[in-house]
Design a binder for this molecule. Sequence first.
Ligand SMILES: [Zn+2]
Length: 205
Amino acid sequence: MLTKEEIRASYKNFDDNKILKLAQNPKGLTKEAIPVLIEEVRLRNLDTSFIEWIQLENNPLNQLEKDSIFSNIKNSKCSICKTNSDLKAYEFHSVISAVIFCDDILQHLIICEKCNKKIRWKNFFNTILLGWWSRKGFIATITALLTEFFNLFLVKRINDRILNTLIEENNGTFRQILSSENPKQQIQNFIENNNVRNLNKNEYE
Ligand SMILES: [Zn+2]
């Protein structure tokens, strides 16, 4: 592993842009690298809000904080029907293919059970209708349908896996949310944006 001095020496060679990029996405940096990066941001008079961000991202949430996020997510309002609560994170597999084109779509949505069922049926019929029409699509369709079937028995496990990954990947953001004035509303907004991002993911343009 690199020593602090070695890290410092290599950061000195980075231009401001590269340092800012690291500061924006400091996940995965070693505990030796973090103070060196903060020092470099200060020395170069770069935007100091990055220092706060590096600290937020590298201060992992404890179980109590995670539990509070889990329960806020569960009690948020579904961003699709705007009515139901008791949300879970669901995984959806679907396939659309034509002669040489095959779109294998994997979406994670945090929604209510009713909307989950609706989307699952819609995806199922779309895949059955549109999935088979290429060699790659044929195999992808079988895989997607089988995965969908087995996932029906793993709802809780899938929910826990998706939410744990989401929290881990957005540690700094959730830290900011927890210390904000209205974490409940912020989490609601976060879920909504996350769903929109996932709904648009992999969509054929
Ligand atoms: Zn809903």
